[in-house]
Design a protein around this ligand. Structure first.
Ligand code: 6R9
Length: 650
C-alpha cells in the first residue's frame, strides 16, 4: 500500500453503530468479550461443549507445554463428519436443505441433510473399498460441485486426510502437492463449467499422476461428459463405485488432534507449505466464528460463501463451519459474470440469500459495472455481508453496504489466514460499531497485537506488525513434514509469538487496521502467490536469465503481478510475443491466476551488495512512482538503465 493510501485510510472516520433491532436478536453480545477476558480457556471449554458433539471428553482444554506445538481438547474424541451431518439428522433436521447447488449452465440440485448423510456415507464406504484408511492422504482436485464437499466429509468420516488442490492450478502444481503429501488417491471430475464452456480437469490429473508413484487410484465424477482418457487399472467412475455403496456408514470417533486436512499455501520461498489442521479445535473455531460473526440462524438463514473450495475460505466457511452449524447454504459452480454480470444477484434473489460472504476484489469489480445491475434484482433478503481475503478499502465497504446491503446490513470485515484456520479479527454484528476499512477487534477468545521491529507492543495510534501472542483452537499445528520450517516461518521473528506476515496499525481507539503483507507474498484477487514462486517459474523458461517479481497495487485485483526479466542473449528481441510466451509459461507452471499482468524486459536488476533484489524499487517503477532511496544498491545506475529502457519501450 502506498503511504498516500495509508494516510487516507487512517483519516477514515465514518462510523456505523449497530442497528438496535439487529442487536436485539443477535447471537453475539458484549458479554462474550467479558467472559473470554475473565478466563480464556474456560470460555473455549464452554464453546466446545455447546457447539460440538463429542464421544469422549478432554482432560485439558489446551496443552502448550511444548510451544509452538499446541494440543487442544487433549484426549477428546469426535467425528467431524458426524458433527457436520448426522447429528443434524438425528436432531430432526434431516429435511433441512444443506446445499442449494447452482451449476453455471443453470442446472441445479438440492441436497438436504438427510441426503448428505446418505451421500457422505456412500463416499466413505467407497473410499474404504479403494483401500483408503485412517491417516492416508487423498488429493481432491475438483470443480465446485456437491461432490467436492461430500468427498471432504467422507475423508473426515474415515479419518483420511484430504488435500484439496484448487482446480485452477496446473498439472505441475497438482503433482508437487500430491508428491509432498504422498497421496494415495486422487478425487477429480472430467471437468466443470466456466464462462459457458466445459473446462477440463482430468488431463491435468493424468499428467500429474503419471509422475506420482504414490497414487493408486483416481476417482472421477462425471460432470461435463467430455471425452477423457482412461486408465483401466487406475481410474474409476464415481457413479460406478460410490453409487453402488450402501448409504449407511457408522462414524468412528477420532482423537481431537488427529489430522483433518492439509492445505497448501504460498510462502516466501518457492515451495508451497502444507498447512496442517487437526480435527477438534479447528471444527470448534470455524463453527463458533460462523455462528457469531455471521449471526447465523440455521432455521431461517440462507448463507452463501462465494469462495472456491480450493482455498481455506471454502474449507472453513463453505464446508466445516456452516455444516457444523446445520446451515442452509448456496454453492455456485461458475463465474460471477456468466451468462451476464448480474448472475450473482440472480442467485441471491432466487434463493433468498440472507448472508453473503465474498472478497473485496469481487466487490470492486461490481462497483465498476455500476449500481444498475444489482439494482434490477431484489436483494432485500440480505441481512449480513462479509468480506475476506485482503484489506477492503473504505469506498468498496461503503458501496457494499449501500448498494448490496440497501444501506442497512452490518458488514463484517474478517481477517484471518490459511494458517489461522478460522476468523481471528472481525467486528461482531449487533455489537461492534463498524469502521469501514478496519477489521477492528480480535474475536472473544482470540488475542492479537501490533508490535514494532523490536517486538514491543506499539501504543494506540501507531503501526507495526500483527502478531498473535496466544495459541488459538484452529491454529495450524505444523507444516506437513517440516516442523523446523513451521518454527522458522512463524515463531522466530518475534520469539514465542506467531507472526502473521501482515503489517497493521492500531488507531487511537486501539482498533486494528490491516495494511497488507510485509513479506514477499502477493495478494492477487484475495489469492496468495509468492514472488519467488512466480520468479522460479519464469527462470525455468529457456529464454529467461533472471527474474524479479513484485505485486503492484491494482484498482480491481488489489495487487497485480509485475515481472522484470533479463532475457538470455540468444532469446532474440523482447517484445510482446516473448511477454505472451512467458505469461503462458507461468500459467502452465503454476496456474492462470499467477500470470503476470505485465512482463518488462530489463538489462539489469537492482541488487544490494549482498545480492538481494530490491523489490521496493521495482515496485516504485511498477506503480509509476518516483524512485525511493537507491544508495544501498551495488550499482546505483541500474535504476536509470531500467527506467530509460522502459521509457524507450523495450
Ligand atoms: C482467509 C484468507 C491470508 C492473507 C492475510 C492477509 C490477507 C485476509 C483480510 C486480509 C486484510 C482482511 N487478508 N483477510 N487482509 N483484511 N479482512 O484469505 O487466507 O489465503 O491464507 O490469505 O490475506 O494479508 O495474511 P489466505
Amino acid at each position: 500500500m502506498t503511504s498516500d493510501a495509508l494516510s487516507n485510510l487512517l483519516h477514515e472516520d465514518r462510523r456505523f453503530p449497530p442497528d438496535p433491532e439487529f442487536a436485539a436478536q443477535a447471537n453475539a453480545t458484549e458479554a462474550l468479550y467479558e467472559e473470554a477476558r475473565a478466563d480464556r480457556l474456560a470460555f473455549w471449554d464452554r464453546q466446545a461443549r455447546e457447539l460440538l458433539s463429542w464421544e469422549a471428553e478432554w482432560s485439558h482444554v489446551l496443552d502448550w507445554s511444548n510451544p509452538p506445538f499446541a494440543k487442544w481438547f487433549v484426549g477428546g474424541r469426535l467425528n467431524v463428519a458426524y458433527n457436520c451431518v448426522d447429528r443434524h439428522v438425528e436432531a430432526g433436521h434431516g429435511d433441512r436443505v444443506a446445499i442449494y447447488w447452482e451449476g453455471e449452465p443453470g442446472d441445479s440440485r438440492t441436497l438436504t441433510y438427510a441426503d448428505l448423510q446418505g451421500e457422505v456415507s456412500r463416499a466413505a464406504n467407497a473410499l474404504i473399498s479403494l483401500g483408503v484408511g485412517h491417516g492416508d492422504r487423498v488429493a481432491i482436485y475438483m470443480p465446485m460441485i456437491p461432490e467436492v464437499a461430500i468427498s471432504m466429509l467422507a475423508c473426515a468420516r474415515i479419518g483420511a486426510i484430504h488435500s484439496v488442490v484448487f482446480g485452477g492450478f496446473s498439472a505441475e502444481a497438482l503433482r508437487s502437492r500430491i508428491d509432498d503429501a504422498q497421496a494415495k488417491l486422487v478425487i477429480t471430475a472430467d471437468g466443470g463449467y466456466r464462462r459457458g464452456k466445459p473446462a477440463s480437469l482430468k488431463p491435468a490429473v493424468d499428467e500429474a499422476v503419471a509422475a506420482s508413484p504414490s497414487v493408486e487410484k483416481v476417482l472421477v465424477v462425471q460432470r461435463t461428459e467430455q471425452d477423457v482418457d482412461w486408465d483401466e487399472g487406475r481410474d474409476v467412475w464415481w457413479h460406478d463405485v460410490v453409487s453402488a455403496q450402501p448409504a449407511e456408514h457408522a462414524p468412528e470417533a477420532f482423537d481431537s488432534e488427529d489430522t483433518l486436512y492439509i492445505l497448501y499455501t504460498s510462502g516466501t520461498t518457492g515451495k508451497p507449505k502444507g498447512i496442517k489442521h487437526t480435527c477438534a479445535g479447528y471444527l470448534l473455531q470455524t463453527a463458533y466464528t460462523h455462528r457469531n460473526v455471521f449471526d447465523l440462524k440455521p432455521e431461517s438463514d440462507v448463507y452463501w460463501c462465494t469462495a472456491d473450495v480450493g482455498w481455506v475460505t471454502g474449507h472453513s466457511y463453505l464446508v466445516y463451519g456452516p455444516m457444523a452449524n446445520g446451515a442452509t447454504q448456496v454453492m455456485y459452480e461458475g463465474t460471477p459474470d456468466y451468462p451476464e454480470p448480474g448472475r450473482w444477484w440472480d442467485i441471491v434473489e432466487k434463493y433468498g440469500v440472507t448472508i453473503l460472504y465474498t472478497a473485496p476484489t469481487a466487490i470492486r469489480t461490481f462497483m465498476k459495472q455500476g449500481e444498475e445491475i444489482p439494482g434490477r434484482r431484489d436483494l432485500s433478503s440480505l441481512r449480513v455481508l462479509g468480506s475476506v481475503g485482503e484489506p477492503i478499502n473504505p469506498e468498496a465497504w461503503i458501496w457494499y453496504r449501500q448498494v448490496i446491503g440497501s444501506g442497512r446490513t452490518p458488514i463484517v470485515d474478517t481477517w484471518w489466514q490459511t494458517e489461522t484456520g478460522a476468523i481471528m479479527i472481525s467486528p461482531l454484528p449487533g455489537v461492534t460499531s463498524a469502521k469501514p476499512g478496519s477489521a477492528q477487534v480480535p474475536l472473544p477468545g482470540i488475542v492479537a497485537d501490533v508490535v514494532d521491529d523490536a517486538g514491543n507492543v506499539v501504543p494506540d495510534g501507531h503501526g507495526g506488525y500483527l502478531v498473535l501472542p496466544e495459541p488459538w483452537p484452529a491454529m495450524l499445528r505444523t507444516i506437513w513434514g517440516d516442523d523446523q520450517r513451521f518454527i522458522d516461518t512463524y515463531w522466530s521473528r518475534f520469539p514465542g509469538r506467531y507472526f502473521a506476515g501482515d503489517g497493521a496499525k492500531k488507531d487511537e481507539e486501539g482498533d486494528i487496521w490491516l495494511l497488507g503483507r510485509v513479506d514477499d507474498v502477493m495478494n492477487v484477487s484475495g489469492h496468495r502467490i509468492s514472488t519467488t514462486e512466480v520468479e522460479s517459474a519464469l527462470v525455468s523458461h529457456p529464454k529467461v536469465a533472471e527474474a524479479a517479481v513484485v505485486g503492484a497495487s491494482d484498482p480491481t485485483t488489489g495487487q497485480g503481478i509485475v515481472a522484470f526479466v533479463i532475457l538470455r542473449a540468444d532469446a532474440g528481441e523482447g517484445g510482446d510475443q516473448v511477454a505472451a510466451e512467458l505469461r503462458d509459461h507461468v500459467a502452465k507452471e503454476i496456474g492462470p491466476i499467477a500470470k503476470p499482468r505485465q512482463i518488462l524486459a530489463v538489462p539489469e536488476l537492482p541488487k544490494t551488495r549482498s545480492g538481494k533484489i530490491m523489490r521496493r524499487l521495482l515496485r516504485d517503477v511498477a506503480e509509476n512512482r518516483e524512485m525511493g532511496d537507491v544508495t544501498t544498491l551495488a550499482d546505483p545506475t541500474v535504476m536509470n538503465m531500467i527506467s530509460s529502457g522502459l521509457a524507450s519501450g523495450s
